[in-house]
Design a binder for this molecule. Structure first.
Ligand SMILES: C[S@@+](CC[C@H](N)C(=O)[O-])C[C@H]1O[C@@H](n2cnc3c(N)ncnc32)[C@H](O)[C@@H]1O
Length: 296
């Protein structure tokens, strides 16, 4: 569903969306369709894209199926690799406006990532950035915010990639969105839901089609299909009863159990189980994640 963009009605926000390398175009397309995002920059092959959205579209970001994380970008700058430049990290975080999101009544944690060659680690960045958040909140409210590394209300994301620094608020919170909470049963070779979503889009299946995953494991593809297609018949089959029982649990947690038909059956004998199917979408067993290669 494409939502109307209300020009001038709300402030524009810059978002960093992360996804699987290779499906950036699908994520950009979904962002345009679901949150009326305007693509600013996509780094193909890096699984990262920057978009601009109206602030009032942020509540719909969690409906996106193709992204892992969404971060409201507060500040971007350059930073040098020398240890002394941690001071600059502190200044950038402190001046980023993070104190609009973290208050004395909101617990927070900093999640720092670093790529490139620097004289400091991601732990150093997290420590300095944490001090900067506390000082920013103290200077605004006169009171320090509580730090909660396990269940923070607000996650402050700080990324130093080569000589770039980005400070933002991770609006997915702690749960990477490719594990959106329906993994009650953890199949040993489970597919990321973001990739399942992309596979379904690339399959060309349309709403109303019969869509089947004949080797569905924990049911990721079938569950994503149930989210995308309202009027499709969706079939999830696996030769393992245990996996099918797990797929039912996952589908129940995803609240789409009734939308999916579950079959314990052998994909090499499809005709025994279904008379016709429009689209087969599957993630077959390659024996890499499910089993150690010999000698490995
Ligand atoms: C890579 S896993 C699928 C994982 C799934 N996409 C998920 O996200 O949980 C492959 C699955 O194929 C199933 N399988 C292998 N041979 C099969 C066959 N002949 N018929 C049906 N299922 C089969 C395995 O039991 C396994 O669960």
């Amino acid at each position: 569903m494409k939502r109307a963009r209300h020009e001038g009605a709300a402030a524009l926000v810059k978002l960093l969306l992360t996804t699987n390398p290779g499906i950036e175009d699908i994520a950009a397309h979904e962002a345009e369709a679901k949150i009326s995002a305007r693509l600013l920059e996509a780094r193909d092959g890096f699984g990262r894209l920057y978009v601009e959205v109206d602030e009032d579209m942020l509540e719909f970001v969690e409906e996106m199926r193709s992204i892992h994380r969404a971060v409201i970008v507060l500040a971007e700058s350059n930073v040098c690799p020398a240890r002394s430049c941690l001071e600059k990290v502190y200044e950038i975080v402190k001046g980023s406006g993070v104190d609009f999101y973290v208050t004395p009544w909101t617990s927070f944690a900093v999640r720092a990532e670093r790529a490139g060659t620097h004289e400091y680690t991601s732990l150093d960045i997290a420590r300095v950035a944490g001090d900067a958040v506390i000082d920013a909140v103290k200077s605004r409210y006169g009171v320090r915010p509580p730090v909660d590394l396990d269940y923070p209300a607000v996650v402050v994301a700080v990324e130093v990639i080569e000589d770039n620094i980005m400070v933002g608020i991770d609006i997915g919170g702690e749960l990477s969105w490719h594990r959106r909470g329906y993994r009650i049963y953890d199949h040993p070779a489970a597919l990321k839901p973001t990739l399942a979503y992309a596979m379904l889009l690339l399959s060309g299946a349309a709403d109303g089609d019969t869509v089947m995953d004949p080797m569905c494991g924990g049911g990721t593809i079938a569950i994503e299909a149930a989210y995308i297609f309202e009027d499709s018949r969706i079939i999830c089959m696996d030769k393992s009863r245990r996996h099918i029982e797990g797929a039912v649990l996952n589908a129940r947690a995803a609240m789409v159990e009734k939308r999916i038909e579950f079959i314990v059956g052998d994909a090499t004998k499809l005709r025994r189980y279904v008379s016709s199917v429009d689209v087969l979408v599957s993630n077959p067993p390659y024996g890499i994640r499910a089993r150690q290669p010999e000698g490995g």
